[in-house]
Design a protein around this ligand. Sequence first.
Ligand SMILES: Cc1ncc(COP(=O)(O)O)c(C=O)c1O
Length: 425
Amino acid sequence: MSAQTADTTTPAEGATALLHLDDFERALNTVHRVTRRTPLETSRYLAEVSGAPKVYLKCENLQRTGAYKLRGAYNRLLGLSEEERERGVVAASAGNHAQGVAYAARELGIKATIFMPLGVALPKLQATRNYGADVRLEGDNFEGTLAAARQFVEDTGAVFIAPFDHLAVIEGQGTVALEMLDVAPDIETLVVAIGGGGLISGVAAAAKLQAERDGRKIRVVGVQSANTAAFQPSLEAGEPVTIQARPTIADGIAVARPGDLTFQFVQKYVDEIVTVTDDDIAKAIVMLLERTKLVVEPAGAAGVAAILAGKIASVGPIATILSGGNIDPLLLQRVIGHGLAASSRYLKLRILLPDIPGQLVRTASIVASKNANVVEVLHTRHATELPISDVELELHIETRGIEHGQEVVEALREAGYTVRVGERY
Ligand SMILES: Cc1ncc(COP(=O)(O)O)c(C=O)c1O
């Protein structure tokens, strides 16, 4: 999925925009008309890994529409004048923003037109249509989709709903933090995924303003995908810069340029920014499925990925937001395989066997003697690179982790076999 750039169709509200606790509190009362007060779970496993006394998980993957985005969209739409409502709203998005705007518009009786890229995942397209939006498929990538939406604004006068760079959107997103602090006032470090920066701007400002009022401090750490990390270079440059984005599984946070407003708020309220790899994210998704029984999409698992990867140090309780759960089942299947492989829980071995009877049984019994489970077997004697007297056995096995996997490979090598792990010999 191509990276998004900050939307500038709706001009940012100027360099002096300020966020106030009152506005977040008002937004919270507003969004509660349509949003769920999602649960705040704790994870003992993540506490052990991070060394923090507690790790809280705010389950916005269980939010209506499957992501926190509904909060910002509803707060923004509710602020439209009667005349603007009549013109209808338009958004460009391949994901959660589309669903948030479509749902909010339906609740308020406003016509919504949503532009999505041609290759958008079917479940997202269907969900957006089911919320009653008029979905138009335009553009091979996000830039093309955005251009089509802008043209629509020019042609029809519909109001463009920016995904992150708007004060009302940011205030809506910040309501997540107020709900969290209400249940867990002991949070010391907040870990938040960053795409365009709307979520972290709202959450960091609301949390810090509330903590300040209560006479204490909260640290906020932002997490970007290592493949699309525009904020650190922008902070170093002192202004938003556009980076060359590389593909990532975390499409929800693949934004190539910070917003003008969100840049200022991140500069002001965020203490540190770390990055995570796609492997870190895949491991986090598998961990969340296995241990907490929660389905979380890649962008939504970025905070947990940073904790698991040892990037968040905290003496006090840590909290992170599982910001979305909208993952295509086919991608989930791939991510699980990848996450297991990245944690060395799933090993693909290629073993050269002399072409004589009994070898298959012998290798299988070595694997069994190490208590590893065979998931898939492929036996071939026709690969062109194989010596004529050999066959190749591809074994996919489940293991308990790196050391267990190494034990299996060593046992096979000790028995005289040539073993390649993964794609390498
Ligand atoms: C699941 C999820 N998490 C995090 C983000 C990042 O939000 P923002 O662009 O406001 O930084 C998004 C953005 O769409 C998202 O869909």
